[in-house]
Design a protein around this ligand. Structure first.
Ligand code: PMP
Length: 285
């Protein structure tokens, strides 16, 4: 049985009910996180909670929860749901109002919802075993506050579906200047001449925790140079390797973009080196 958390209680997921006037439901007015956990060990717990707090503060939701409150919640969900490969979903909406009105209501209590879902085992750093991702491309049509991990994901959902409808795993997104932003649910990277290159953090992309950990791990190791800079569509199409990262995938090797092979169309050597370092270092965060 899947045990969830809703507003202070643990209960079977199918018994968790919210008001239809919850602003998360009506407006997508909330913030969420997904923290990966393998065999009971979370990856990047503290940075995930830090990002959630900065999202809550960006949209003016006051929630009086400490890091250890979140830690207790995650620990309980892991205990109650078995310690396999889990994505721990944390969600805070502005709460249930008594009417439908755009302005922030006064005196509503934020809704806190959490549950755990199965995710794939983490990638093994082995080219022969690596999942090969294929992606589409598209113009990024989302809003200009993509740094906020909002529960209002329709823009991302439509972009994901664009790639999915073409039989692909993701959609790489480009702004009006044909610069890479990210993918619909992942950060994006290219590798050229041994250098890992990813767009800089700004309002056009989510500051991914996997991205944060990966860049830190690579820089500390020092054997693979990393650049955070604008990446053009031409560079993406001429890359030696392309990657996508997210909490539930770690580093995904993209072997095909719009039906064309990336580099030689195989999982690359730099992917192997980076995933090896990530596997070794990820629990330090
Ligand atoms: N960008 C977007 C739009 C996302 O939704 C996600 C998370 N699925 C990411 C990037 C990756 O973030 P993280 O590494 O924190 O999972």
């Amino acid at each position: 049985m899947n045990i969830a958390f809703l507003n202070g209680s643990y209960l079977p997921l199918e018994e968790a009910k919210i008001s239809p006037l919850d602003r998360g439901f009506l407006f997508g007015d909330g913030i969420y996180e997904v923290v990966p956990s393998y065999a009971g060990k979370m990856v990047g717990f503290a940075p995930h909670i830090e990002r959630m707090n900065s999202g809550l503060s960006a949209i003016g939701i006051n929630l009086d929860w400490s890091q250890s409150d979140w830690q207790d919640l995650c620990t309980q969900l892991i205990e109650k749901n078995g310690s396999g490969n889990l994505g721990i979903y944390l969600h805070v909406s502005r709460g249930a109002d008594s009417k439908r009105f755009h302005g922030f209501p006064e005196n509503v209590t934020p809704t806190v919802f959490a549950f755990a879902f199965d995710i794939a085992p983490p990638p093994i750093a082995d080219k022969a075993l690596a999942k090969k991702y294929t992606v589409s491309t598209g113009r990024d049509l989302r809003w200009e506050r993509c740094q906020i991990k909002s529960t209002a994901l329709l823009g991302n959902v439509l972009h994901f579906q664009q790639g999915y409808d073409q039989g692909n795993d993701e959609t790489l997104l480009f702004n009006a200047d044909n610069q890479l932003t990210e993918a619909s649910s992942c950060n994006a990277y290219i590798v050229k001449n041994g250098v890992v290159i990813t767009p800089p953090l700004n309002n056009q992309l989510l500051p991914g925790i996997t991205r944060q950990l990966l860049l830190d791990i690579l820089r500390r190791d020092g054997s693979i140079p990393v650049e955070e800079r604008i990446v053009t569509m031409d560079e993406v199409r001429n890359a030696d390797e392309a990657w996508i990262t997210s909490s539930s995938k770690e580093i995904g090797a993209v072997v095909e973009i719009d039906g064309e092979p990336v580099g030689n169309g195989e999982v690359g050597d730099i992917w192997l080196a980076a995933q090896t370092l990530y596997t070794a270092g990820k629990y330090n965060y």
